[in-house]
Design a protein around this ligand. Structure first.
Ligand code: CMP
Length: 140
């Protein structure tokens, strides 16, 4: 097991409902450390670039529209196996399939407004962290 970093995004449905603190508590309770964090509003170009791998998917336009509909909180999480740990705490993409007690089971509205994003591999985590943060922004 190794210490890793992963990118997390608290999505507009969650910031709108003032859930940032409760989501952060769930992440910290799971042993993840928030080593960088910024509240921001994604531009259309940023959302399209961040989700470029999904460009051909039928839900792409809706996803970009949703992710630019309000503030997000982008954050870097650090811990043992942080990528897998964060995905465990988040729960399945579709909240109907998310295990009880996970962030998405507790807070997500539907598969699109699903409250949080987490990198799906250490390789993508490095790319996604670099999308939002420089080395000087991350304080471990
Ligand atoms: P996220 O982890 O941010 O990565 C891609 C996002 O696309 C995903 O969470 C969902 O919010 C969204 N998504 C995935 N599948 C669907 C779908 N079938 N319909 C709508 N949105 C989806």
């Amino acid at each position: 097991m190794a210490t890793e970093r992963t990118l997390s995004i608290i999505k507009p449905d969650a910031t709108r409902r003032n859930l940032t603190g409760r989501i952060n508590a769930a992440l910290e309770d799971a042993g993840l450390r928030i080593v960088a964090q910024r509240r921001t509003r994604l531009t259309q170009a940023q959302a399209e670039a961040f989700y470029a791998v999904h460009r051909e998917r039928p839900f792409f336009r809706g996803l970009v529209e949703f992710m630019t509909s309000g503030p997000v909180v982008v954050q870097v999480l650090e811990g043992e196996s942080a990528v897998a740990k964060n995905r465990e705490v988040m729960g399945a993409t579709d909240p109907k399939k998310a295990a009880a007690g996970t962030i998405r089971a507790q807070f997500a509205e539907d598969i699109e407004a699903n409250s949080v994003h987490g990198s799906d591999s250490p390789e993508n985590a490095a790319i996604e962290i670099g999308f939002f943060f420089g080395q000087v922004d991350i304080v471990g």
